[in-house]
Design a protein around this ligand. Structure first.
Ligand SMILES: [Zn+2]
Length: 246
């Protein structure tokens, strides 16, 4: 088999690539897991904005209703005054006349109060409408902002989904090139060690657990041609030429 003829050095390089892909996948997944919560937060914000305005609209509606009722009542009372005044020519005694007059005065007085109330309600409605139109404008701005955030989030989601699929494909191809025993060992270590099965050694230190690697072992690690594991965390050690240049 071609795989078997590949040296351990090449296998370690492949494993190192695989580890990089897996770390990338891990961070993409963490991002992806955040999205539903983020989306829900935006939905909530939008709902609260809309409900607040709705409540104000309802308040104005109920005041309009009260105003119409008062006006209706006022019209009826004004009709009463007219009818009473019509009866003035029919009264015969002074006593009747006085009684009718005070009846008309009482109704008129009540009507004046009612008119005052109608005016007050109208003022209140005007104030609320002024407030409402300002708040509707504010809400428009806020909703646009939320919509913008939502769009950005959707774009990010699509981007991450694409990156995820690409990395998964690369992983698939790479996995097939790694000897199954090594691949199994890597997966086991990765599972036990927070997603990291193969780790670089630098300055005689394992970069996974940051425990010192004995000098002789470190020299061997730098050759990258043997399976050497950290004496402390058991991860496979790798000499990352690129990283160690820096
Ligand atoms: Zn270690």
């Amino acid at each position: 088999m071609a795989d078997r003829r590949q040296g351990l050095k090449e296998q370690l390089e492949l494993l190192w690539e695989l580890q990089k892909i897996d770390l990338e996948l891990k961070s993409i997944k963490e991002e992806k897991d955040r999205y539903p919560k983020e989306m829900k937060r935006l939905d909530e914000k939008q709902k609260i904005e809309k409900e607040r305005i709705q409540k104000e609209r309802e308040k104005i509606e109920s005041l309009e209703k009260a105003r119409r009722q008062k006006e209706g009542h006022l019209n009826l009372e004004q009709e009463k005054v007219k009818r009473a005044e019509g009866r003035m020519s029919e009264v015969k005694t002074n006593k009747e006349y006085q009684a009718l007059l005070s009846e008309i005065d009482a109704i008129k007085e009540a009507n004046n109060r009612m008119e005052e109330e109608v005016l007050q309600v109208m003022d209140e409605i005007d104030e609320l409408k002024k407030d409402l139109s300002k708040r509707e404008k504010d809400m428009g701005v806020t909703l646009d902002k939320i919509e913008g955030e939502r769009k950005k989030l959707q774009e990010k989601m699509a981007h991450d989904e694409k990156a995820w699929n690409e990395q998964m494909e690369r992983r698939e191809v790479l996995s097939k090139q790694i000897e199954s025993k090594l691949f199994k060992l890597y997966n086991t270590l990765k599972e036990k060690r927070q997603g990291v099965g193969v780790v670089s050694a630098k300055h005689e230190t394992c970069q996974g657990c940051f425990v010192h690697v004995p000098p002789q072992m470190f020299i061997e690690v730098q050759k990258n041609n043997a399976l050497i594991r950290c004496p402390n965390c058991n991860r496979i050690l790798y000499w990352d030429r690129e990283r160690n240049k820096k």
